[in-house]
Design a protein around this ligand. Structure first.
Ligand code: HEM
Length: 1096
């Protein structure tokens, strides 16, 4: 019995062993076959060894999305053998790179990174890596000096490429190349080295992109992920990963040492192959060649895809540590034959990437860039973040002190061949854990090989993923890293012992004045808490405080109250509680931080604080209080105070008041209103008063007071020139503001704003309505652009702008739109489903050179501007803002908001006098959108291509009124009588007080000139030069109305006003309503197309 049992057991064991053996054999065969099948797809053998033109076609069909998204025609997208040949030759030429110094490329990357980290406390990792890779590739292939490329151009290019890439995956149909991308590439191309231009010609942007894409787009993800893994996730598990590169860049050029270091790149290219799949179209005969695909698919089948990432990651090929980052696997002869076959980061012949063929370019580039990152951004003292080991450097590169990488989270995936689904392996923290976790996952996929997939559809892209990635990206935190980074939070934070020390001291000091709450006062973080030279460091302020407080008797609410930037649940409340009506002389902050300006004039800085409280409630008596708080203000912020009042209900009126802490010394009562919630249907028209150009010496601000007296609007928009910087020269004795000179210093701007805010009508308006303001040039200096103004440039201008921006944020009730972008004032508001409002900065943010002096191409620098006006890369807004605006418009239209209102500074429509030499229709004022033609075209293109309706542009700046249909002249037919062909309407208002372009010309004479202008400009329907004033809008779902008010005399304070003209815009018409002609055929002043105007 026992013998029988033993024999049976032995037999069973043998059977089992044999079964297992055969099963292993079977599995090994299956996996080999599968690898072969993938290679056959990559090499086009599945299609019976087709000729070159057929191979190109099979690839081009699947890459057509790249053609659509980027307009490129390169090796990867063309079906033409001659284009392919030409392109390969050019690529090989770039790769051969005679005279290339790898060490120099390393240094370029290092310099770039050092600059990036210089003034910034926090870096978006993915964005920085993308920009670095682009800068280095541009310098290597095109001889572009990275220092000559503005950083924003790098950001624009990389972001646009990313965006187009994502869109092409999600929505390839109907996708057009990005005009913004092309314009920026064109701008960068101007910095190409002359020998490159001589060799390749200047190259259209699409051609440059065609050459750039195979390099940049393949490199940056590999570089980012290899860096993050090698230096921050896995060093403890595999110290060799980093040590092998310890002598980079010195080893470059020495084949033996270089080979060691290159294993880091090889392992990076294994785990993070840039092309996770190589897509090919079905060929009629392919089925017979694919053992695992017995059923030919119909034409609509998903494309074939050689699954490179699974080839590189599957545990049956690479062993149980397949997902570990272990460069040692490339040591000596340790790769198995199967692994060698499966490792194809540069594809396989006959279309192997030229960067992987023999010259080692791809691997070297990855190595150099990863090492530049790693050695700069890794704590080299044995305590790398995430428990990494120390890096022994050769002493020539110190790393960048105080940089710490935080929150790099992503996961690696591979196809579980058994389950036919993806297995995700989180790589947070110590990657060793991630890998250990994976080995037991889903029944250990390494041990099972079932059916082998031969085609894969892209699984990662759904509109939701895209949206999420996009959202995160908007937050400035995201790495949109396709596929491998699914939790794309990657930032680099900069800390230093000095900073830590300051923080600790600050905290201690703050504790000593424990009851003081400075940080509720947002004035301290304006314009940017993240930029210490602009905001006031709270630690410093609190440290200086002696605990002495101003008594209620010592302080006053001299400048009234204000509210602004309403959201559906919060609003900004402003006041100033000061012991002095004057402004503070210096922005000197305690602890010896270098004062930017120090002015003998004005009130001296003080170590005493003033304490104030606010209350906001639903009734005038403030019995039903919804939010309240207290904070301190000091001389550091010119005694201004800004609170964000929260917990409010949408589209609701509130009352608010400030008082000196624990006293009944109170400010005037203010009234404000939240906006409707984004999805809310608005049950009554929303009314706005729209202003621009209030020059204090020119007259009284009656226009501000009238809507408050009539109580005729809900909110106030200000389009800029809220104040003027000029030396005062008023004929009215009480209208000369402080200081008695042109403003340059911080004191000057503060004092000027303070003087303006004593105007009774301005105070009335601020106290009754929530304002949404943007600046134009005079808040800084006349005809300002990115780097200068009419009478200041260089350092002078920079300091002036810095002072002006800081004072503006202190004194105006607006939010800091982006803490990482101190100059950003452009921002959006959603007024329920009725309209979206985009407030632009076409002036100070990033405007290219404008006309500083002179007009109509004559005088000053206008000849230079005249040369530039047609440049494709010219921008009035800066590319970041452009991208934002186009996104806002598309999003607004997609969400179904009835109207899109754009608050902008300068006139958008073309304006010609029709009398200029050369061309009759030449515009006369290049300081408005007429000087930025490509930017205007891009706006029109966005409206046109996105089929965006009901857009209304609001403009100021000109001191006159201009009402036009938005006509894309030269591109689309437009009928001036019916308005057919227009894209919307422009409402440009006159000044509150600033004088007319024709001075005090009598009305009949001014109207003659208006008539001439209306006659010369088909889209211009009404024009008036005579009146100062403002306009009101009443916005409903079916129609929008605009009423233009004229102030008969600004030289005296009065409530008098006249209705000068009225207009209607009907939903869906995209033009001014003709009832029966524009403006009802009647206006009080100016000139009205097809209408009558009162003589007096
Ligand atoms: C790490 C860097 C790189 C990687 C991982 C990589 C990867 C690849 C892969 C996988 C392909 C095959 C695509 C397919 O057939 O669908 C390819 C093709 C190609 N790559 Fe690269 N590439 C890199 C860098 C470069 C660079 C620097 C250049 C040019 C300067 C370049 C130019 C090309 C060209 C022209 C082709 C098409 C080859 C042909 O049609 O025969 N690549 N690359």
């Amino acid at each position: 019995m026992l013998t029988t049992t033993l024999v049976s057991a032995a037999a069973l064991c043998v059977v089992l062993q044999v079964t297992l053996f055969f099963r292993r054999q079977w599995r090994a065969r299956r996996i080999r076959e599968w690898v072969q099948a993938q290679r056959r797809i990559a090499s086009f053998q599945y299609a019976d060894s087709p000729e070159i033109d057929e191979r190109l076609r099979l690839r081009a069909v699947e890459n057509r999305r790249l053609k659509a998204a980027f307009g490129i025609d390169n090796s990867l997208t063309t079906s033409s053998p001659s284009t392919h040949k030409r392109f390969l030759q050019t690529s090989n030429g770039l790769l051969s790179g005679k005279g290339r110094s790898w060490e120099q490329l390393y240094r370029r990357a290092e310099t770039f990174l050092k600059q990036e980290t210089q003034d910034r406390a926090r870096l978006p990792l993915a964005q920085t890596v993308r920009c670095m890779v682009l800068a280095v590739v541009l310098s290597d292939s095109f001889g572009v000096d990275p220092a000559s490329i503005p950083r924003r151009d790098l950001v624009t290019v990389t972001e646009e490429i990313n965006k187009q890439w994502m869109l092409s995956k999600c929505d390839p149909d109907g996708l057009a190349p990005s005009a913004l991308l092309n314009a920026t590439i064109a701008s960068i191309s101007r910095h190409m080295a002359p020998q490159v231009v001589a060799r390749h010609g200047e190259g259209a942007p699409e051609e440059v992109l065609g050459l750039l894409m195979p390099q940049y787009e393949t490199l940056w993800r590999v570089v980012l992920l290899t860096f993050a893994t090698a230096y921050h996730h896995q060093p403890a598990a595999h110290p060799d990963a980093v040590q092998r590169t310890a002598d980079v860049p010195a080893c470059l050029g020495d084949p033996a040492r270089e080979k060691e270091a290159l294993k880091l790149a090889k392992e990076g290219l294994r785990l993070y192959p840039s092309n996770k799949h190589l897509y090919r179209a079905h060929a009629p005969s392919h089925a017979s060649n694919l053992s695992s695909n017995p059923n030919p698919k119909p034409k609509s089948a998903p494309p074939l895809a050689a699954d490179i990432s699974t080839l590189h990651r599957h545990p049956s090929i690479w062993g149980p540590d397949a997902l570990a980052f272990r460069p040692a696997r490339f040591d000596g002869t340790s790769l198995t034959e199967l692994q060698r076959e499966a490792y194809v980061p540069f594809s396989v012949r006959p279309h192997r990437c030229p960067a992987g063929a023999g010259n080692g370019f791809g691997e070297l580039m990855v190595l150099v860039l990863v090492c530049a990152l790693g050695r700069g951004w890794w704590v080299a003292d044995g305590e790398g973040s995430d428990g990494g080991v120390g890096l022994e450097t050769d002493g020539d590169s110190e790393g960048f002190p105080g940089i710490e990488v935080r929150e790099v989270r992503f996961e690696v995936r591979y196809e579980d061949l058994t389950l036919g689904r993806q297995v995700k392996v989180p790589m947070n923290g110590n990657a060793g854990e991630g890998c250990r976790g994976s080995s037991g996952h889903a029944g250990n996929p390494a041990t099972k090989i079932g059916q082998l997939p031969t085609r894969t559809t892209p699984t990662w892209c759904s509109p939701r993923t895209f949206f999420r990635a996009h959202q995160l990206h908007q937050d400035g935190m995201a790495a949109i890293v396709r596929d491998d980074v699914s939790a794309p939070l990657a930032t680099v934070r900069k800390t230093s012992s000095a900073m830590l020390c300051r923080l600790t001291l600050g905290a201690l000091a703050a504790a000593s004045v424990a009851k003081a709450s400075f940080d509720r006062n947002l004035a301290y973080s304006s314009p940017s808490r993240r930029h210490p030279s602009l905001a006031v460091p709270l630690t410093h302020v609190s440290k200086r405080q002696t605990g002495d407080m101003f008594t209620p008797a010592e302080v006053n609410f001299t400048h009234g109250v204000a509210s602004g930037d309403p959201y559906d649940d919060s609003v900004i409340l402003w006041t100033r509680l000061s012991p002095t009506a004057d402004s503070v002389a210096s922005d000197m902050v305690p602890e010896g931080v270098v004062p930017i300006y120090d002015d003998a004039e004005g009130a001296p800085p003080s170590s005493k604080a003033a304490c104030l409280e606010f209350k906001i409630g639903t009734d005038e008596a403030l019995t039903n209080v919804v939010d309240q708080g207290r904070a301190y203000t000091t001389s550091d912020v010119d005694y201004t105070a800004k609170f964000e009042a929260g917990g409010l209900q949408p589209f609701t009126t509130y009352y608010y008041q400030f008082n000196v802490c624990d006293s009944d010394k109170a400010s005037p009562l203010g009234r404000t209103k939240t906006i409707p919630a984004k999805t809310q249907k608005v049950d009554k028209n929303i009314r706005l008063a729209v202003y621009s150009c209030s020059n204090y010496p020119a007259g009284y601000f009656n226009a501000y007071g009238n809507p408050a007296r009539k109580d005729s609007v809900d909110y106030v928009l200000h389009l800029g020139d809220y104040m003027y910087e000029y030396e005062p020269d008023s004929s009215l004795p009480d209208r000369n503001p402080s200081p008695n000179r042109e403003t340059y210093s911080l004191y000057d701007y503060r004092a000027r704003l303070g003087s303006y805010r004593t105007d009774a009508d301005l105070q009335l308006s601020h106290g009754r309505f929530a304002w949404i303001p943007v600046w134009d040039d005079h808040e800084v200096a006349n005809n300002a652009w990115r780097n200068g103004s009419s009478n200041s440039s260089g350092d002078d201008f920079r300091r002036r702008k810095q002072a002006a921006v800081r004072a503006y944020f202190e004194w105006m009730p607006l939010r800091q739109a982006d803490l990482d972008d101190s100059l950003r004032i452009w921002r959006g508001f959603a007024f329920g489903t009725l309209f979206d409002l985009a407030m632009l900065d076409t002036r100070n943010y990033d405007r290219d050179l404008t006309v500083l002096n002179g007009l109509a191409g004559i005088g000053g620098n206008s000849a230079e501007v005249e040369k530039q006006v047609g440049w494709q890369n010219r921008t009035i807004m800066g590319f970041a803002q452009e991208a934002w605006l186009y996104g806002q418009l598309r999003e607004s239209s997609a969400r179904g908001a009835a109207w899109r209102v754009i608050g902008n500074q300068v006139i958008f429509s073309r304006m010609t006098l029709g009398i200029l030499p050369g061309q009759l229709d030449k515009p006369f004022n290049r300081d408005q959108w007429d000087g930025y033609l490509a930017n205007r075209d891009r706006v029109y293109r966005c409206l046109d291509e996105g089929r965006i309706n009901n857009t209304v542009m609001l403009s100021g700046d000109s001191h006159a009124s201009w009402v036009s249909d938005l006509a894309w002249l030269g591109e689309r037919d437009y009928d001036e009588d019916t308005g057919r062909g227009a894209f919307g309407v422009e409402l440009a208002g006159t000044a509150v007080t600033s004088s007319s372009p024709v001075g005090s010309t009598p009305k009949f004479a001014a109207n003659l000139l208006s008539q001439w202008l209306v006659g010369q400009n088909p889209e211009l329907q009404w024009q008036d030069l005579f009146y100062r004033g403002y306009f009101e809008m009443s916005i409903g779902y079916d129609a929008m109305h605009a009423t233009f008010y004229g102030i008969p005399d600004v030289k005296k304070r009065s409530a008098d006003e006249v209705v000068v003209a009225r207009f209607q815009i009907n939903n869906g018409e995209n033009r001014l309503a003709r009832n029966p002609t524009v403006g009802g055929g009647r206006a009080k002043s100016g000139a009205l197309k097809n209408g009558r105007v009162d003589l007096f």
